[in-house]
Design a protein around this ligand. Structure first.
Ligand SMILES: Cc1ncc(C[n+]2csc(CCO)c2C)c(N)n1
Length: 220
């Protein structure tokens, strides 16, 4: 069987494309995305990452062995370091960490994060990791693809954001995440189960596309 993650992507190609080829990303890559769109997105992303840190902690709870726990631990460490970027950029715009945390969550932020948490609470570790996979692996794919365009524009306004995700540290986390999911799938995922996991994957990819839309809507 093709490795699980690639198979999920191929089976849900439309939802995947709506996420990784979103208009927000096209404008971001070209450097034309309005600042208001990016700022609105990044503040919501900070709130999103707080919930995703909880989801990684839930992955520890759902793990039955140390290997799976370490993988969740690495994911949690990745989120905490990613949030330093958010705090720094928002600080440059005059927003404190306390103000960030006091910002109300957008309905899409609530929908996406609570959906993922519920996949983990009501399902097993694989359900949870599949719900998390578009987020972790999608950003690595997006950043790799747009990096040449971003680097060709001097003084690109979003260069720091892109280099965070295109950098070796993050690319390695994303590759490890994909390999870990594929290994678990080889052991535990049957053909019957694949359809259920596909629905989780497609929902998470659609919610990622909606998440970009939070930013675009704010600048219209
Ligand atoms: C909406 C949204 N989707 C994905 C990411 C990317 N992301 C989420 S958690 C994490 C660290 C994984 O170890 C990364 C890179 C994001 N920031 N916001």
């Amino acid at each position: 069987m093709t490795a699980l993650f690639n198979r999920l992507k191929e089976t849900n190609a439309k939802e995947w494309a709506s996420y990784v080829d979103h208009e927000f990303i096209r404008q971001l890559a070209a450097g034309t995305l309005p600042k208001k769109a990016f700022q609105t997105y990044l503040i919501q992303d900070y709130l999103f990452l707080i919930q995703f840190a909880r989801a990684k902690a839930l992955a520890v709870y759902k793990s039955q062995n140390l290997k799976d726990m370490h993988a969740a631990e690495q994911g949690l460490a990745g989120i905490l370091s990613e949030m330093e970027l958010h705090v720094r950029l928002c600080g440059e715009w005059g927003l404190s960490e306390a103000e960030l945390e006091a910002t109300p969550e957008h309905p899409t932020t609530i929908a996406y994060t609570r959906y993922v948490l519920d996949c983990g609470v009501s399902g097993d570790l694989i359900d949870l990791l599949v719900a998390l996979s578009p987020c972790v692996i999608g950003y690595a794919e997006i950043a790799r693809r747009i990096r040449p365009e971003v680097e060709s524009i001097s003084g690109h306004p979003y260069a720091e954001w892109v280099s965070e995700y295109a950098g070796d540290a993050y690319q390695t986390i994303a590759r490890d995440t994909e390999n870990h999911l594929d290994e678990l799938a080889k052991k535990y995922v049957t053909e019957q189960r694949f359809a259920d996991l596909g629905r989780i994957f497609a929902t998470a990819a659609r919610l990622e596309a909606d998440f970009w839309q939070i930013g675009l809507r704010a600048s219209q």
